[in-house]
Design a protein. Structure first.
Length: 498
C-alpha cells in the first residue's frame, strides 16, 4: 500500500520540461542532438541478448538472457561468465562499423539495455537478476566508453533505451526474463516501478552532462491496455524522477500499440506547454494475422492509412518516433499474387515508403531493427543489407545557405494575406504573426542545417517553446494560429530550398 501511495505521489504532478533551447542564444550541439530528426538504427542483441541475432553467448537449452547468465555461471563460474559478456559488448561494434554508420549518414543509434546493466547491476534488488548482478558490474562503463564516446566523436547521438524492465513490460523474450509467451508482471508491481524511478534518476543524473544523448526511453513495447491507468501512473512517476536531474532531455514512452491513446494523454498532461515526451510507435507488418493475409503491394499501399493516422487534433503538441521497423514481410504475404517473383523490387518499394512516411509523421526520427547479426546478414532485418539494396535511404542533408529568406517570405506572406483577407474582409487579421513564425522557423532550420545538414525534428516541443516566446513579446490573440501557419510554412520552404 505504501508503494502505491508513493508511486501515485510521484506521478501526480508531471512537471513541464525546459524549453529545448536558451532564449536569445545560439544553439549548441547538445540541443541539436536532442531535437533533430534522426536517421537511426538499433543495436539489437548487444546489451539485451536475443538468440536469433547473436546465438553463441547462449548455452544449450537457454532462450532468454536470464536463462543464459544463470547457466553460464553454473557451468563456468561468475568470473568467466562476466568475461564472456564483456567480450560480447566490447567487440560488438568496431571502428570500421562506426565509420560505416557515419559515411551512410546515420545520425543516431538506439541501444537497448536491461535494468540489470545500469550502474553495475545496482538496480536488481528484489528482481530475478539479483543473484547475477556481478556479471554486469562493468556494463554501464562499457556502454559509455565503447558506445557513447565513439558515437559522439562522429556526431552520432545515442538513444538510451531501457528495453528490459523487471517482470517484463510485455511477455516477449526481449524483456530478458522469460523465453517468450510469458506474463508481463511489471505493471502490477509498484515495488518494481519505484525501483525504475530510482534507476532513471541515476541515468538522468549520470548522463546529464553528456552531449550526444538523444533521449531516454523508459519502456519498450508496453503491452496493450484498454485502460492504461497503470502505464500512465508509471510514465508520470518516471518523468518526474528524470526531471529532478535533467529538465530538458527527451523522454520516450511506448504507444502501447495504440498511438492515439497516448496522444490524448500527452495533450491532457502538458496543456499548452510541453512535458518533453516523445511517443514511440513500432512499424512491423509481418506478425499479425491480418497482415499475413495481405500481398506486399497491399501492405505498401495500406501504410498511408494505417501508420500514425486518426490522431486527436492531428497529434497537435505530440512528437513521435518509430523506434523499430524493418523491411520484413511474412512468408504468407510473399506467397500471394506472385509477389516472390518481384521480391527485390517490392522490398525496395516497402522500405522507401516506410521512410517517406516516417519522415513526415514521426518527426523525431526512425531506427531500423537491426544493425548486425552474428552469422552473415539478416536479410530484410539487416540494416546494411537494406541500405546497400537501396530500400533504406537517409533523408537529404539540408544546406544552411540555401534559398533566400526574404524572397520566400514575401511570396508566402502575400499568398497567406490575400487568401484570408478574401475569406473575411471585415476580420482584423494579424498577418505579422505569420511573418514572425515564418522567420523563426527559417532561422531555426538554418541553425540545425549548419550541423551536418541536420533537420529540426522534435517540432511540436520546439513550436511550443517558440510560440511562448512570441506571445511573451507580442501578446496572445485569437489569431495565434497565423504564427503556427507561418512556422510550418517556413520549415517547409527551407527544406524545399535546400
Amino acid at each position: 500500500m505504501f508503494d502505491k501511495f508513493k508511486l501515485k505521489s510521484k506521478a501526480g504532478n508531471v512537471p513541464k520540461a525546459d524549453p529545448p533551447f536558451r532564449k536569445g542564444q545560439s544553439l549548441d550541439k547538445k540541443q541539436i542532438y536532442r531535437s533533430r530528426q534522426n536517421f537511426g538504427v538499433n543495436f539489437g542483441g548487444c546489451f539485451v541478448l536475443e538468440k536469433w541475432i547473436f546465438h553463441d553467448i547462449f548455452p544449450e537449452g537457454t532462450d532468454c538472457e536470464l536463462q543464459a547468465v544463470k547457466k553460464l555461471i553454473k557451468d563456468k563460474g561468475a568470473k568467466e561468465a562476466q568475461q564472456k559478456f564483456e567480450d560480447h559488448w566490447s567487440n560488438f561494434i568496431s571502428d570500421n562499423d562506426w565509420n560505416w554508420l557515419k559515411d551512410h549518414k546515420v545520425t543516431s543509434v538506439r541501444i537497448p539495455l536491461g535494468y540489470w546493466e545500469v550502474d553495475g547491476g545496482k538496480y536488481t534488488k528484489g528482481t530475478k537478476f539479483a543473484s547475477y548482478a556481478s556479471v554486469y558490474k562493468n556494463a554501464w562503463n562499457i556502454l559509455k566508453k565503447k558506445f557513447i564516446e565513439p558515437a559522439g566523436q562522429r556526431n552520432i547521438s545515442v538513444l538510451i533505451d531501457i528495453h528490459g524492465l523487471p517482470g517484463g513490460a510485455n511477455g516477449a523474450d526481449h524483456s530478458g526474463e522469460q523465453p517468450g509467451g510469458g506474463k508481463a508482471t511489471f505493471w502490477d508491481n509498484e515495488e518494481y516501478q519505484l525501483l525504475m524511478c530510482d534507476l532513471f534518476e541515476f541515468v538522468a543524473k549520470d548522463l546529464s552532462n553528456v552531449e550526444n544523448i538523444a533521449g531516454i526511453q523508459i519502456v519498450n513495447e508496453a503491452e496493450f491496455a484498454n485502460d492504461p491507468k497503470k502505464q500512465a501512473r508509471y510514465y508520470g512517476a518516471v518523468i518526474s524522477s528524470i526531471r529532478s536531474h535533467d529538465k530538458g532531455v527527451p523522454i520516450i514512452i511506448s504507444d502501447g500499440w495504440w498511438p492515439d491513446q497516448w496522444v490524448k494523454w500527452v495533450q491532457s498532461t502538458q496543456g499548452n506547454g510541453t512535458i518533453g515526451v516523445v511517443v514511440d510507435a513500432h512499424c512491423y507488418r509481418c506478425f499479425s494475422d491480418d497482415d499475413k493475409k495481405k500481398a506486399p503491394p497491399q501492405i505498401i499501399s495500406d501504410l498511408d492509412k494505417d501508420l500514425l493516422t486518426n490522431l486527436t487534433q492531428d497529434g497537435k503538441g505530440v512528437d513521435f518516433m518509430v523506434g523499430e521497423y524493418s523491411c520484413v514481410l511474412d512468408g504468407d504475404s510473399w506467397n500471394r499474387d506472385g509477389a516472390n517473383d518481384k521480391r527485390d523490387d517490392l522490398v525496395i518499394q516497402y522500405g522507401r515508403k516506410e521512410l517517406d512516411l516516417f519522415n513526415k509523421r514521426a518527426n523525431f526520427g526512425s531506427y531500423f531493427w537491426t544493425f548486425k547479426f552474428q552469422s552473415g546478414n539478416g536479410g530484410e532485418w539487416d540494416f546494411k543489407t537494406m541500405v546497400d539494396k537501396g530500400a533504406i535511404n537517409p533523408p537529404k542533408s539540408l544546406s544552411a545557405g540555401a534559398g533566400n529568406l526574404d524572397e520566400k517570405l514575401k511570396g508566402n506572406l502575400e499568398a497567406h494575406s490575400n487568401y484570408w483577407n478574401q475569406q473575411n474582409s471585415h476580420e482584423k487579421y494579424e498577418h505579422y504573426r505569420y511573418e514572425d513564425g515564418f522567420r523563426t522557423a527559417w532561422q531555426d532550420a538554418s541553425e540545425f542545417a549548419k550541423f551536418d545538414g541536420s533537420k529540426l525534428g522534435r517540432i511540436e516541443a520546439w513550436k511550443a517553446a517558440r510560440v511562448a516566446e512570441h506571445i511573451s513579446a507580442k501578446g496572445d490573440s485569437k489569431h495565434i494560429w497565423e504564427w503556427y501557419q507561418g512556422f510550418d510554412k517556413g520549415l517547409e520552404e527551407f527544406s524545399a530550398a535546400s
